[in-house]
Write a protein that binds this ligand. Structure first.
Ligand code: CTP
Ligand code: MG
Length: 843
């Protein structure tokens, strides 16, 4: 028996099975591929018509097939097409599809002969089309044979009866640029351009040991900590010692100490060395002259090295992509002429600028990918991050510097040029000059999107919610540069069964205990308006940290990103001065605070006047009048006692309702009468404090600020294992709410976001509102319908709370990490979008 045949297919790519009906394509696919990898025309026919034999459905079936295959290829999944594919036309559209997604495509021909196939079909009741069909397919196949290799397939595998009988092993081959298994750490080095001396200095400064040959020439290097160097290409041209650079880098690559991608200068030098006629410009002459002085075998080795360079690498589990001129996300790990052209030359428009150099699309400005893209090609004065991309070409050959990026550390290291080796054609411009990073774009947030967040996992933002949020953001929100966080919604504790209570502390305690939380903080819920304050110490800090140079130093905004008061009132300045000691204590010159702005009537005046006051006044007029009528009726001997009792109860309810809302109404004039109750320091320079510090820390820090503008937040800590501790907190809550106090918020005393590994259901906070206060929410007579209210559903609100909490944390984490504004904004925007979900507003 002969050996099994090995068939190598691309791990990310397309495989077309080719063979007449009955040649065994479906059987082969079942044996060698995962069911989800196989897209069959029969299955598509069945899906669009209910009958896999329905030939009338063929056009629609192939429509579906191509759509399905296209989605899989875009997502980088191996896809096997199980269809006869015996006609050139049918293959051509699939080959084109693979090209569109920049993946390789193989043909796998099952060639069993017409008679075998026909005989097999005899036995298949579902293939009763007669022998002429197979004969026609066989003729098509035979006609295809010769040209098959030229149709754009990377490989054509032909398996005849003998190979099929001996067995087949499928090997999935990853593309050359897919080296995600390499985890580094890496030292990525920018364009060297023949500056061998600076390269050597850079490597030494980064801790590399350089090996020399007998003549003292650097021929290799290794790093004692096992680092790998990655060169972004353009090792050659313009500089004084191109052969020296090639000798060192080729030595490192051959020894496994370095990787190198191709630059446009290598590509041209290779063509010149191979004898193509090229224009000798841009420093090519220097290279050719220097290489001419090398022995033939050395030059041959250097040519082979340059000729073998791949267009880009995907490294470190997909987190790092290195390409000479950068690479858009759709091209990462892909292989095609366009991918290579983009990686070597960038996204060029074909136009040239006033210096005769190509105009390039600012692809980095559009980049929204998760992988960091490190590149060179366009000299910049200093390497800076733009949307998770960084250009390391700092023009060493033009007298700039040679720059390396350490990965995963993300630190930069630069060695200045020893001199200007070559005069620059045009002045160096920052790569990011084309787009102001603070200007947000519709496509940052529009449409349905999934956000990957550390703290809430994958969060879906539906398109219609995004549209609603966009409306709010663009029309009412504060300057987005100040809008770095929105707070999550909060669910009440589950309904209490206690007589007369809808919400009660014990339920919140039980819920947290059930989620494995041992300590909680009960915090007074101020009856005011939730406010987020983003404050810079001064105008300088505002400019430096938030890019705001209009003289403003911060903002205080609502849960939906709107400003509270006309800032001419000086709210920001007043609050900044009240919390000023924190700047030094926390070694920061900016802060994001979670607060309540008091009094409630400040923002809710209209609501109070038009709704609550109206209800109160109407009730207080109508109910006594009704009672007076009933009293007269009773005096005439009618039995209206029950009705009168009812009205009396409702009159008392109305009075209580009025007492509750009026206790939150306080006259203000300008900032007079206004106070702020801060209860968390969300973030400061270098730290997301709401993650780093337990909640009691925040209350203690903020409580220590003594300024009449600040209202302290009363609170108690509760040990959930201690009945006495729980009882004390309950008493505290009863006292707090007896005369209408809004209630309290119960929060875990330690970190509970998803990344901290606790129960995923733990709510960031649960509110427990006072019995009297709930009249404002559910109406004066709500105690009459307690039973019904106990059935209210908090599930949706809680799911939203978890996602919004995670998104808010992601926004702060990105802000602290100095990620671009659009990234911060995406999370903030998503909170707002989720807030447009329909949820019972009384919860
Ligand atoms: N078969 C076989 N020996 C093989 C492969 C297939 O006997 N080595 C049989 C199968 O069991 C089936 C018939 O041949 O009854 C056709 O095989 P199938 O894989 O369904 O052929 P396809 O090429 O998929 O045919 P079609 O184009 O009609 O779907
Ligand atoms: Mg089949």
């Amino acid at each position: 028996m002969s050996e099994p045949t090995t068939v190598t297919v691309p791990a990310t790519g397309l495989v077309l099975l080719v063979g007449v009906s009955g040649s065994g394509k479906s059987t082969f696919a079942r044996e060698h591929f995962h069911p989800t990898e196989v897209v069959s025309s029969d299955a598509c026919r069945a899906m669009v018509s209910g009958d896999e034999g329905d030939q009338d459905a063929t056009a629609d079936a192939f429509d579906l097939l191509e759509h399905w295959v296209g989605i899989r290829l875009r997502r980088g999944l191996l896809t096997v097409v199980d269809a006869t594919n015996v006609q050139q036309r049918a293959r051509a559209s699939l080959v084109a599809l693979a090209k569109r997604h920049h993946v390789l495509v193989d043909a796998l021909v099952l060639d069993v002969g017409e008679s075998t196939a026909a005989a097999r079909n005899e036995a298949r009741p579902e293939r009763d089309f007669g022998a002429h069909v197979v004969r026609r397919q066989q003729r098509d196949l035979d006609r295809s044979r010769r040209g098959l290799r030229k149709e754009g397939f990377r490989r054509v595998h032909v398996l005849g009866p003998a190979e099929l009988a001996a067995g087949v092993t499928i090997v999935r081959e990853r593309s050359w640029n897919d080296r995600r298994e390499l985890r580094g750490p890496f030292d990525v080095v920018g364009d060297v351009h023949g500056c061998a001396s600076e390269l050597r200095t850079l490597l030494l400064e980064l801790g590399w040991t350089v090996q020399e040959d007998g003549a003292g020439r650097a021929v290799g290097a290794h790093h004692p900590e096992g680092r790998t160097a990655v060169f972004v290409g353009d090792l050659v041209d313009r500089g004084p010692d191109t052969p020296g650079v090639l000798r060192l880098v080729a030595g490192m690559v051959e020894a496994g100490a370095a990787l190198c991608v191709a630059g446009n200068h290598e590509a041209k030098l290779v063509r010149a060395l191979k004898g193509s006629s090229v224009t000798v410009a841009h420093g090519l002459a220097e290279s050719l002259e220097q290489l001419a002085a090398e022995p033939d075998e050395v030059r041959a080795r250097m040519l082979a090295f340059m000729d073998g360079l791949v267009s880009h690498y995907v490294l470190d589990g997909g987190r790092l992509v290195v390409a000479h001129a950068g690479l858009k996300e759709a091209y990462h790990g892909r292989a095609s002429r366009q991918v290579r052209a983009f990686a070597l030359y960038g996204d060029t428009t074909g136009e040239t600028d006033e210096y005769g150099l190509p105009v390039r699309h600012p692809w980095a400005q559009e980049y929204r990918g998760a992988a960091a893209v490190v590149y060179g090609h366009t000299p910049v004065p200093v390497a800076t991050w733009t949307n998770n991309t960084i250009c390391l070409d700092t023009g060493v050959v033009f007298g700039g510097a040679l720059t390396a990026l350490r990965w995963p550390e993300r630190t930069l290291h630069a060695v200045p040029a020893e001199r200007e080796h070559y005069a620059p054609v045009r002045p160096l411009v920052p790569a990011a000059a084309e787009r102001d990073p603070a200007v947000l774009r519709h496509d940052d947030v529009g449409g349905t999107r999934w956000l990957e967040t550390t703290h809430a996992g994958r969060v879906k933002v539906p398109g219609e919610n995004a549209a609603a949020a966009l409306e709010v953001m663009s029309r009412f929100a504060v300057d987005p540069r100040w809008l770095v966080h929105l707070p999550p919604t909060m669910s009440p504790a589950r309904a209490s069964r206690r007589e007369g209570y809808l919400e009660h502390p014990e339920e919140a305690f039980d819920e947290y205990a059930g989620w494995g939380v041992r300590r909680v903080v009960c915090e007074e819920k101020h009856m005011g308006s939730r406010a987020i304050a983003t404050l810079a110490r001064d105008q300088d800090a505002a400019r430096r940290r938030f890019g705001v140079a209009d003289g403003s130093t911060g903002v205080v905004h609502t849960r939906t990103g709107r400003a509270f008061l006309d800032d001419s009132l000086g709210l920001v300045a007043r609050l900044t001065s009240a919390v000023a000691p924190l700047f030094d204590e926390l070694a920061t010159d900016w802060l994001v605070l979670d607060c309540e702005l008091l009094p409630w009537s400040l923002k809710a005046e209209g609501l109070v006047r038009e709704q609550y006051a109206a209800v109160g006044a109407a009730a207080r007029e109508a109910l006594p009048a009704g009672l007076a009528v009933l009293e007269r009726a009773a005096a005439r001997g009618l039995d209206v006692a029950d009705l009168a009792d009812d009205l009396r109860r409702r009159r008392d309810h109305a009075a209580a309702f009025r007492d509750v809302y009026t206790s939150y109404v306080r006259p203000t004039s300008g900032l007079d009468g206004v106070t702020v109750a801060p209860f968390a320091v969300l973030a400061a320079e270098g730290r997301v404090l709401t993650l780093d510090e337990p909640h009691p820390w925040h209350l203690a820090r903020l409580g220590a600020l003594e300024d009449p503008f600040l209202t302290p937040t009363r609170h108690v800590e509760v040990d959930l294992d201690s009945p006495a501790s729980r009882a004390a907190a309950t008493d505290w809550w009863l006292a707090l709410t007896a005369d209408g106090g809004e209630g309290m918020v119960v929060k875990p005393a330690h970190r509970t976001d998803r990344a901290s590994g606790v129960d995923r259901r733990v709510q960031p906070g649960l509110k427990v509102r006072g019995r009297e206060y709930l009249r404002i929410v559910y109406g004066p007579d709500y105690p009459d319908s307690l039973e019904e209210l106990r059935g209210r559903d908090t599930g949706h609100k809680r799911r939203l709370a978890l996602r919004e909490h995670g998104l808010g944390l992601s926004a702060l984490a990105d802000l602290v990490a100095a990620e671009p504004l659009w990234r911060v904004h995406q999370s903030v925007f998503a909170v707002l979008a989720l807030e447009s979900e329909p949820v019972d507003p009384r919860l």
